[in-house]
Ligand binder design. Structure first.
Ligand code: SAH
Length: 213
C-alpha cells in the first residue's frame, strides 16, 4: 500500500509551514513514502511531522527537519553526497532523487541492511549503503560536494571538514547529545570555512565504533 493523497498533502503542508519551500526539495519528498521507513507500532504516525523510534534504539528524523536540512544542503544533480547516519534510510532516499550519487553509512548493520533492502525495492540504484563507523568520514570516496550528518557531535568532525570539496556544503547538528543542539551549515571556501546557524534541533549522538546489532 502506498500513501494516500490526503496523507501526502498533510505532510507537504507541514513542510511548507516550517519554511521548506524549495520546489526541488518538496518534489523529492513527495516521491518518498515515509510509511515505508517506519514500521511496527508507530506506522500509523508515519505522516505526522514528528520523529519516531526505529530499530536499534535510533530515530527517524522529523520530516520538517529532513526538509530543512535537505534545503540547506542545496544539492545539485551532479553532486556526490555523503550521509552519516543512514538510520531508516528516509533521508538518503530523498537525497537520491536530487543527487548523482549518495554514500550513506550506518554503524548498525541491521539498520544498514534494512535500508539497503528498501532502496532496492524502490529502484534507488544511486545509493551506496555501508555498514561503517563514519565519524572519520569515507577517505576512499572523498572529496564530497555535500555532506549531511544526522547524528550530533560536539563539534564538526575534522575529517569530515577535510573531505568537503572547496565550494561544498555540510549540514550537521552540533552540541551535547543530551541537550538541545544547533543545526549548522558549513561552506568550504578557497580560504577556509564559513559557518551559519539554522536553529535548534535534537539528534541521537554520533558514536564511534560499530553497533552491536
Ligand atoms: N538519517 C536517518 C536518521 C538517523 S538517526 C533517517 O533518515 O532515518 C542517526 C543514525 O546515525 C543512527 O542510526 C545511528 O546509529 C547512526 N550513527 C551514529 N554514529 C554513527 C557513526 N559514527 N557512523 C555511522 N552511523 C552513525
Amino acid at each position: 500500500m502506498t500513501w494516500t493523497a490526503e496523507q501526502k498533502m498533510r505532510l507537504l503542508f507541514a513542510l511548507r509551514s516550517k519554511g521548506v519551500t524549495d520546489k526541488r526539495v518538496l518534489t523529492a519528498m513527495e516521491k518518498v513514502d515515509r510509511g515505508l521507513f517506519v514500521q511496527g507500532l508507530f506506522a500509523d504516525r508515519a505522516y505526522d511531522d514528528t520523529p519516531l523510534p526505529i530499530a536499534c534504539g535510533q530515530t527517524i528524523s522529523q520530516p520538517s527537519i529532513v526538509g530543512t536540512m535537505t534545503q540547506a544542503l542545496d544539492v545539485g544533480p551532479r553532486d556526490k553526497v555523503l550521509e552519516l547516519g543512514t538510520g531508516s534510510g528516509y533521508q538518503a532516499a530523498i537525497l537520491a532523487h536530487l543527487a548523482r550519487r549518495v554514500y550513506t553509512a550506518e554503524r548498525f548493520k541491521r539498520l544498514a541492511t534494512h535500508a539497503q533492502h528498501l532502496f532496492d525495492t524502490l529502484g534507488l540504484t544511486n545509493i551506496i549503503t555501508l555498514t561503517a563507523d563514519c565519524s572519520h568520514g569515507l577517505p576512499d570516496q572523498a572529496p564530497f560536494d555535500r555532506i549531511i550528518v544526522t547524528a550530533a557531535a560536539e563539534d564538526p568532525p575534522g575529517p569530515l571538514l577535510a573531505q568537503l570539496r572547496v565550494g561544498g556544503i555540510m549540514v550537521l547538528p552540533v552540541g551535547q547529545s543530551d541537550a538541545v543542539q544547533t543545526l549548522i551549515r558549513v561552506r568550504r571556501t578557497e580560504d577556509g570555512y564559513e559557518y551559519d546557524e539554522l536553529g535548534p534541533v535534537r539528534f541521537v549522538p554520533l558514536l564511534e565504533g560499530l553497533g552491536r546489532e
